[in-house]
Design a protein around this ligand. Sequence first.
Ligand code: NAD
Length: 260
Amino acid sequence: MRAGIIGCGAIGSFLAREIDRGNVAHMKLVALFDIDLNKVYKLVESLEHKPQIADSFEKFLKLPVDFVIEAASQQAVFQYAEKILKQKKPLLLMSAGALADDRLREKLFRVARENNTKIYIPSGAIAGLDGLKAMSNVRLHRARLTTRKSPSALGVKTEKPVVVFSGNAHEAAKRYPQNINVAIAFGLAAHAIDILQVEIVADPGVSRNIHTIEVEGEAGKLEITLENFPFPDNPKTSFLAALSALQVLKNIASNVVIGG
Ligand SMILES: NC(=O)c1ccc[n+]([C@@H]2O[C@H](COP(=O)([O-])OP(=O)(O)OC[C@H]3O[C@@H](n4cnc5c(N)ncnc54)[C@H](O)[C@@H]3O)[C@@H](O)[C@H]2O)c1
């Protein structure tokens, strides 16, 4: 499978190097695109097998790519996703927060269906989406996400823990778009975007990005807390997010997929 990556920052570069080293069976990296060409050149220097460089999205679309990885921004999802899906190419979306926009989400899901292709949304910085999906086959009573980050990661100054946001997922998407990827992956997996309550806490006592997901429903109760180490190249991103995308790529190539 010939992969193309849009966005050569922390996650895109990590995935590019993993594919380049042969760590994803049957996948070859053939194309890179970033609005910041310097990022692309820097990444290409570190790769053994040199992919083609596109200096515009239009050129990227013309390259012989079978699988597209978006690791750029929510804006990139608005700009490019529909065109990629219309070319019948499967698309892995890191910037899942863009799907908080109901119109965009419904359009992309429809275009994927009409073109018989797939959208992959990795678990990202959280885990347990298999359980959430299973539990959502019956009624859920309650869904809650609590995110705890250092004040600097949330752009606030405080000397004690303070709740900077409390409300539903739609409001969180508008007020804290950079923190919404996790909420959207959670909400979509549990079919619970409309009942999902989000709380964001700025806590000077933490250096990790801590996410607690809680769900209660007819199948029982699920609660998972993750304490994620930041990614060295971009402290706003959790290392686990990049690893979860790598795992999605490995699952695609694997003959045995564990976890549902
Ligand atoms: N799903 C999750 O849990 C999760 C976790 C962490 C990050 N993310 C998201 O994944 C994306 C990538 O994260 P990162 O840490 O690698 O970010 P990053 O800032 O390190 O890299 C992003 C790269 O994309 C490029 N870019 C941005 N907009 C673009 C556009 N419209 N067209 C082409 N290139 C563009 C930038 O120039 C940059 O090089 C972000 O949207 C981030 O919010 C998701």
